[in-house]
Each structure stands twice: as C-alpha cells, then as structure tokens.
Write a protein of this length. Structure first.
Length: 227
C-alpha cells in the first residue's frame, strides 16, 4: 500500500488508501444497482416497492463503508454493534424472498468493504443467474393457468354457474364464501385451473349471461398472490 496516498487512522495506523475507498464504494454501488435490477426483473406478486429497490442500493453501500470503518479493530466492531442496537427496524417484509435480497446486499457490501472484489462480483453474478433461472422456469409453481374466480350470486341454486365453471376448467375449488349483510346474495371465490388454450374472457362472458350473477371478476394467480 502506498503510504503517501493511504488514509491514516490516528490510533491504528494505515487502513485503506483513498483509491481503495473510492473503488470499494463505487463497486458496492454498482453491485447494489445490479442486485436491485435483478429483484425488479424477477419480482412477482403485489408487494413491489420502489423504496425497497432504493434500500437495496443504499444497504450495499452502507455495509461496504461499515466494513472499511471497522477494519481489523475488534473494539470498534463491538462499539458499532452497540451504536446500531439503538436503532429499531419495524418495517415488515411482505415477501419472504425479499429477505434473500437483503442478505445478498449484505454479502456484496461486506465483500466490497474488505476489498474481496472477485468474491463480491462472482457471488452477485451467480446469485443473479440462479434468481433469473428460477424465475424463467417458474420454479415452485403448481399450475400454469391458475386463476381466482370471484362473483356474487343471488340464486341459492348453484347448477347454472357450476356447469359453466366445469366446462372451462380442469379443476375449481371453492376457497371462500361470504354472505351479504341483507342475506340476499352470496359472494364466492373459486381457485380455478383453466383448460389449456382457454380464453379467460370466455368464462367471464358465459357467466355474465346468468342474471343472478354480478360482480364477476377473474384474477390471475399464476404466481403468488395474497387473497
């Protein structure tokens, strides 16, 4: 390390040179942007948040700075833990997959902060490859054409809409039943798997022809959706 360009700690001596500090911080920023981009590309469901995207970038940079501040000083590491214990994080992580991205940012930031460039770059690229591959092959899903069918019926007989549902679906399971306050209608939610090559609009049009049905909707649940 060049002593003329090194950052000198008054107590511990040489830690990082200005060039290393800039390089580590910039690489952390680039990896944070890359990880957040992969998160955006592979995200599914209803819990997407722009603030979480920004948090991933900020977290990677902050962790790299923290690692450079700590250096090899054990006392400083314990002091930092004590200082951070004052902060209370109350944000609820809606999607469990988000936790994996947070840990990846922590790892990338730690790698950059300790000048482990190959480990940080390779680890991030490998993580991104796995994330995109699992997303492409839709790993973990049960069906390829799953929907939530919702409608309200004012007729106690289910023969009319049951025959139509059976006509267009491979399987349809009643998952929620709710009666109106006046007791005149019932709201039904079905977990339906459509027959291959079936246009979802067809089942909507057929159900709409039944006068006793209203509020008909079909929500795609090919991926995780909370209901």
């Amino acid at each position: 390390m060049n002593t003329d360009l090194a950052f000198i700690d008054p107590l511990l001596g040489l830690i990082y040179s200005p060039i290393e500090i800039v390089t580590n911080t910039l690489l952390a920023f680039i990896l944070g942007i890359f990880i957040s981009f992969i998160y955006k590309k592979s995200h599914k469901g209803l819990s997407y948040s722009q603030s979480f995207m920004l948090t991933l970038v900020f977290l990677t940079i902050i962790i790299s700075l923290v690692m450079m501040i700590i250096g090899n000083n054990v006392a400083r590491a314990f002091a930092l833990v004590g200082a951070l214990s004052i902060i209370r994080f109350r944000t609820v992580v809606k999607d469990t997959k988000d936790t994996a991205y947070i840990f990846m940012c922590l790892c990338a930031g730690m790698a950059c902060g300790t000048s482990s460039y190959f480990l940080g770059i390779f680890g991030t690229i490998f993580f991104a490859t796995v994330a995109l591959s699992l997303d492409y092959f839709n790993y973990g899903t049960f069906y390829k054409s799953e929907f939530i069918l919702i409608f309200r019926s004012s007729n106690k007989s289910s023969d009319e809409y049951t025959s139509i549902i059976n006509k267009f679906t491979k399987s349809a399971n009643l998952i929620h039943l709710e009666q109106s306050g006046d007791g005149q209608s019932i709201k039904l939610n079905y977990d339906a798997v459509l027959i291959n090559d079936t246009d979802p609009e067809e089942i909507i049009r057929e159900l709409a022809k039944i006068e006793s049905l209203s509020e008909i909707s079909l929500v795609a649940s090919k991926h995780d959706i909370d209901y």
